[in-house]
Design a binder for this molecule. Sequence first.
Ligand code: SF4
Ligand code: SF4
Length: 343
Amino acid sequence: MLKQFQIDVTNRCNMNCIHCRNGKLASSEITELTYEECIRIFHEAHELGCESINIGGGEPLLHKDVYKIINYVSKYCYTSLLTNGYIIDDEIAHKLKKTKVDMVQISLDSSTPEKHNKIRNSKNAYLNVRRAVEALTNCEISTCFMVTVSNYNIDELEEILKFATELKVTLVNFRRLIPQGSGNLNFGNLNPSFDKISKFLEKVKSLETQFNIGICLFPFFSFKNKNIADEYLKSPLEVAEGGCSAGVTGLSVSSNGNIQLCPHIPISLGNIKNDVLYKIWFENYTILKLRNRKNLKGKCGICKFNNVCGGCRAYPHQLHDDLLMEDSLCTEFRASTPNEVEV
Ligand code: SF4
Ligand code: SF4
């Protein structure tokens, strides 16, 4: 069933981040969905069972109808806004409150102002994140930090969690850097080594009980806790239901109307101007292939966790132009002994 759908209402942005998936765009490359297009595709997703909608971009708050779109969608579904937070002040927080948005997810790249500003190419970025979270919290809107893990911040886990706790943020979502757009151009400098990522994940495990805050690590690996992983193996899922949502429980639409597996996989499965979502969802060959995780190659295909994980499909797609290839960043598989993994 389609559970999550992301609508990228515009690719316009007021920042120029060094890991941006859209990269630096010329004005001729700016595209936006109209209000009517957003509502139409939203209903198509909702009819397929979708219960959670992300409104993203670019910077979605630059779209003239964004409040109207959120206001409409939030009547039917859990609705999140993905924003850099740059323009959120008290007035915008009040406008968002009226839309009944459920969660505002704000990008944070460092707990240090200089580093966050450098990554975002903006001298006020950090101050404005603080202002945004405070304004939203004052309006009783839940907030989440979206942290793209890179060489700039991988040693700052504790500081980021402290900063989030101080600001009363509900959830910190540590995301993987995908080699896409500017993130691809700067991948060599930004991408942490496998060993650094393994240590980072271990540190999360050791710290999570100290902080009264939600921590999400996917798409690194679904289980932070070995006991939960062991419990899962007693009765594993028969079909793919968890982990990477691309084509399995999720889809997205880009600002030019292309239907995609996920915002990080810019393969067009069709376009909302010509195609209907249910046909893509039920008949598209790539989607059908992804739904059977035995089709995944290498370690992901034989992994006991693949129906609840599946790796990140964007990563091998962007690195090797192969959606089905094993996820080379999986720490779980490398940590397993041959006896623990059936080959
Ligand atoms: S491809 Fe990666 S980023 Fe996209 S839904 Fe799957 S895990 Fe998430
Ligand atoms: S091998 Fe693939 S499916 Fe298994 S845990 Fe690792 S990333 Fe997930």
